[in-house]
Design a protein around this ligand. Sequence first.
Ligand code: ADP
Ligand code: MG
Length: 366
Amino acid sequence: MAQDFADRVAALAVRYPDNLALQAFDPGWYASLTPALRARLRKCMNSGLENPDSQMGCYACQPSDYDDLRPFFARVISRYHRVSEEARHVSDWRLSGVEGLPEDGVLDLARFGLPPLSMRVRVGRNLADLPLPGAMSRADRLRLEARMAAVFDRLIARPDFGGAYHSLTPGHARQIDAAAYRRLVDAHIMFRPMDGDRYLEAAGIAAHWPHGRGCYVSADRAFIIWVGEEDHLRIMAMQRGTVLNDVFDRLRAALDLIEGLAGLRFAWSDDYGAVTSCPTNLGTGMRASLHLPLPRLTRGGTDTRVREIARPLGLSVRGIGGEHTPVGADGTVDISPSARLCITEAGILAALYKGAGRLIEAERAA
Ligand code: ADP
Ligand code: MG
């Protein structure tokens, strides 16, 4: 039994050298595990086995998986994030210590001659006392949504938040119809349908779609919490402007507030910081992005040139609708620092600011 699985992994590992989970698997260690731990590892690896073209090839399914299956996860994390297997993540939102920033600490893109742009900072967070999305039952998903609805009621009652919760759960008191959902997706507020995504399906993360899924949107539509996507929660601030601190500070303040609300305890790892489903997001769980128009560098609708310039700056390039979507019609791309782990939150924001400056310089020179 242990041998069958190990043989399957070994055979795929030869054919898919870029699948980190397949490469990190150690048959001797696997054989030494209890049957229960072996089953947990198999579950974490299922997405990458069914989709061997995956880069990461695994998702955590329990908040304690990173600790309980550490020899495996330490290896994939170390290879993906290019940190040592002993690395410890440290969180820090203070911009003051970060090098190369304006003295007043205001990260204003207008300094680069940029007009107001859509800025977004999100973090992934998971509750400590529920399975991660890959292992949730339908009842778990509804429980998560119900618990969050109580938190949202408290936000909605506050003058500085207000807004509403929109549920996708059939029959939910706050269920929205298909057209309203579409409008929220088109406005970049709500996540896209998860069913049909072969990676998320094989991981168990898309299961029971659309039950237990929804999003809270503040009255000014600039503070948003997703429920039931790849992590229990994706918490974000998003608005048009040039001062990156506006979204960063708003997210920080809201996170502090939410964490203080009764009954919510996020999953943390001593070594890896915020626990997220996908090991790529561990640490800060943060992606800070900008919708940046680069019409010259994306001439012909391709982002190849932008990627070449962005990569050494530590920036990822996505399409206008997010990951796996094309460049916008006007040449707008989504840029964000790639690092999440063993970088501070402040470091991520600084990397976005400096990277945007370099990219716009390259655009003008093109
Ligand atoms: P993430 O994984 O960080 O949530 P995705 O790539 O999955 O990001 O995109 C999710 C949604 O967020 C998409 O609709 C995408 O267009 C939107 N989005 C991301 N960054 C921005 C931004 N700076 N401005 C507006 N929308 C954004
Ligand atoms: Mg995403």
